[in-house]
Structure formats: C-alpha cells, structure tokens
Write a protein of this length. Structure first.
Length: 170
C-alpha cells in the first residue's frame, strides 16, 4: 500500500491547458466524460495506425461521454517538428481527427507540461515515471482520475474493452 500514498491528489479537471490555437482550455469542461489522453506525433512509425484507430474509437464513442485529448510532442526522435497549424492540418486532413488537439508540449523533463506531470505521477509503475515514446496513452475516468496507462505500441482499439467499462457499456 506504500505506493498508494505517492499518488497525486486531485484530478485532471484541475488543469488548464492551451489548445493548438493558443486558447486556454479548462479541463473541468470534460467532467463526466471518460478521456483518452495521448501524446501524438506526425512522423512516427506508429502514426498511421494510432491516428487511424483513434479516429475510429472517437467516431464510435464520441456521443457516449468520451473524448480524446491529443498533445503533440517533439521529444521523441524529433518526429513532431511542425508548428501547431501544420499539426492540425496533418491530423484533421489526413486522419479526419475530430477530437481536440492541443498545444505542442514536453511530456518529460523539467519543462514537462503540468498535466503530464500529473498523469505520470498517477500511473508510473511498470513504465517508470517517464513517457517512453510517442502515442503513450492514459485512460481517465469521468471523475478525472487516471485509471490506466498503455504503451505506445498498444493499439487504441485494444483499449475499447476498458473504455466500455468506464462508460458503463460493458
């Protein structure tokens, strides 16, 4: 039980982040929704499969209190070199991403976005505290608590059974 005491208090809903157009977004607007939070990149070997499956998952559950929050990150092999406008164009045109895409962030290191510090503190474990690569995924319940973390190689569609449990659709 010692590991329990290290978990951060609070929820994802306490954070304010910037969207890809530079506007503040209060994550409390997502109260009551299950969230899948992903660090994305446009030039990664995992890009096609992840963006494709994220869009499929979103299409299937977007009307059932589910949201995907995508945070572009250039910390892994410089695979997200574009500016926010280019990232939006890529994700929305090529992959028809309808879910929110936020400002490019660092997920590791001293400059890691506060929301990512919270996510990593909530679910370290096997993966350690650092994000290992693009497309690491965090599943967050309707109350804003991190319930699971998935490796970059975990396909978004394979998370569906866990998502259904959160949505009460299992």
């Amino acid at each position: 039980m010692a590991s329990q005491s290290k978990k951060p208090q609070g929820s994802i809903h306490e954070f304010i982040v910037k969207d890809a157009r530079g506007n503040d977004v209060d994550l409390s607007t997502y109260k009551g929704k299950a969230l899948l939070i992903v660090n994305v990149a446009s030039q990664c070997g995992l890009t096609n499969s992840n963006y494709t499956e994220l869009s499929q998952l979103y299409e299937k559950y977007k009307n059932q209190d589910f949201e995907i929050l995508a945070f572009p990150c250039n910390q892994f092999g410089s695979q997200e070199p574009g500016n926010n406008e280019q990232i939006l164009e890529f994700a929305c045109t090529r992959f028809k991403a309808e879910y929110p895409i936020f400002d490019k962030v660092d997920v590791n290191g001293d400059n890691a976005a506060p929301v990512y510090k919270f996510l990593k503190a909530s679910k370290g474990g096997l993966f350690g505290d650092s994000i290992k690569w693009n497309f690491s995924k965090f599943l967050v319940d309707k109350d804003g608590h991190v319930v699971d973390r998935y490796a970059p190689t975990t396909s978004p569609l394979s998370i569906e059974k866990d998502l259904k449990k959160l949505l009460g659709a299992a």
